[in-house]
Unconditional design. Structure first.
Length: 466
């Protein structure tokens, strides 16, 4: 059990946390013809838009209610109705996601009531689901905003079929509730994994279909292209099972289970041999089929990679930063390969952090991680692109993981999960160590021969050659 340590700082010096509204927007972007709207100032929305564009290197649909000084002080409720009417009228979205920001939350806007007002004033848009979620910047993080939005999506689109006997009607359908720590490449890999057993996955949200970076014939489209169709969301109650990846989605999983009666199976992550084996066995049981040969081969390939790379990963001192789900998933893989997590930092508290295989998990920012990495003589850093400056100051290699990744091409679609993703991650770690071995200080041997007090200090300090 890791000890949770909070840093009593008045501000974030080098922020690790990405905002909850941005996390909510990503969940909405995984719905086909989805349109996220921020109830806040134009600057709030512009910042999130730049955040996504730099990471995905794609145009991202994101609208705002454009609260100005007068609306902030007096009343911004009319902005919500006008924004919803404009988006529904011009863009014809499949689903609208309305997320609050710190500005509107501080003002105290009741967005649920304003959605009802919008419905009363504009009945012509009744067929378009509007999901309103409270995601203030000053509470939670990217992961919590994403999870809140997913709860809202399920609440607004999945009918209550519990006790009707419809669960399991679609014997081959498997619902996938996928966390914010999974990339579009991860989502695609998980879908392929399920399909290998003859099952039909319905990913919610489906970032592999919307944010994977593909060219389209249209010159411009104002809403999300690809993603989970809203019509598919209505069928989640007929699936044979639901698979949940990410502890942060427990509330969404509870909601879906209570509303549909579909049994669920929950995973904290899908990296490493143990987690991948449990997932594979589950799919084999759901499908009633033997494990395909290509999955068996991928498992053998991961085992071989573990043998090949353990020389580079064994006893490696690692400093790690990220939101709870991603932090835990990576820490489990690293410690399973013999690494030692000497510094771990998360922006928010979560029950999952106590299960991170490290002595302590600190709640703080990237400055805290840099200080901890320096004090604990870390040899490798793992985190998003904002950690690059710390890595340069410390002279340590950095494995880029999480969001954003703005200084590499293709980081958004890298596959981390599964046998193949875990294998590639081990290769990446080993190659970082090999390329930067001259920057990694040698470990003093426990068998070091130390001169006696007043003895000959010209003798070697170690008898092992280290």
């Amino acid at each position: 059990m890791a000890q949770i340590v909070r840093h009593p700082k008045a501000l974030a010096v080098s922020p690790l946390k990405a905002s909850a509204p941005a996390g909510a927007a990503l969940a909405f972007l995984g719905i086909n013809r989805g349109m996220p709207i921020f109830h806040g100032s134009q600057g709030c929305t512009a910042f999130a838009k730049v955040f996504f564009v730099r990471h995905f290197r794609e145009p991202v649909p994101l609208q705002t209610t454009a609260m100005d000084q007068i609306a902030t002080v007096m009343n911004a409720e009319d902005n919500i109705v006008q924004a919803l009417a404009a988006v529904c009228g011009k863009s014809k979205p499949g689903l609208v996601g309305l997320a609050t920001t710190a500005l509107s939350e501080t003002q105290g806007t009741d967005i649920a009531r304003m959605v009802k007002t919008f419905r009363a004033l504009h009945p012509e848009f009744e067929a378009i689901p509007v999901v309103a979620v409270n995601t203030p910047d000053f509470a939670g993080c990217f992961e919590t905003g994403y999870a809140t939005a997913l709860c809202g999506i399920l609440d607004a689109t999945v009918p209550d079929t519990a006790g009707t006997g419809r669960a399991g009607k679609r014997k081959k359908q498997v619902n996938l509730l996928l966390g914010a720590h999974l990339t579009p490449g991860d989502v695609e890999a998980i879908k392929d994994w399920v399909e290998a057993f003859g099952l039909r996955p319905v990913a919610v949200p489906d970032l592999a279909d919307s944010m994977d970076g593909h060219l389209i014939q249209e010159d411009f489209i104002p809403v999300t292209l690809g993603g989970t169709p809203v019509s598919e969301l209505a069928t989640l109650g007929e699936a044979a099972a639901t698979i949940v990846v990410g502890r942060s989605l427990n509330a969404a999983a509870d909601l879906l289970a209570a509303r549909t009666g579909v049994p669920d199976h929950r995973f904290d992550g899908l990296m490493g041999l143990d987690a991948c084996d449990r997932f594979t066995v589950l799919l084999s049981e759901l499908a009633g089929r033997q494990v395909p040969e290509r999955i068996e081969r991928q498992r053998a390939q991961l085992q071989d990679a573990m043998v090949d790379t353990h020389f580079m990963t064994g006893l490696r001192r690692v400093a790690l930063a990220g939101d709870p789900d991603g932090l835990h998933q990576l820490a489990v893989l690293l410690t399973g390969m013999g690494c030692e997590i000497v510094a771990a930092v998360s922006p928010v508290k979560s029950a999952l952090l106590a299960e991170v295989p490290a002595p302590q998990v600190h709640l703080g920012d990237l400055e805290d991680l840099e200080d901890l990495a320096r004090a604990s003589h870390a040899e490798l850093l793992v985190g998003n692109s904002h950690l690059a400056a710390s890595a340069e100051r410390l002279g340590l290699p950095l494995l880029r993981a999480g969001m954003p990744q703005y200084d590499v091409v293709g980081g958004y679609c890298k596959t981390w999960v599964g046998y193949r993703g875990s294998r590639q991650t081990l290769f990446d770690l080993a190659n970082l160590v090999l390329r930067h071995h001259e920057h990694i200080a040698p470990k003093p041997s426990r068998l070091a021969v130390r001169p006696a007090e007043g003895g000959d200090r010209s003798a070697p300090a170690s008898a092992t050659g280290h």
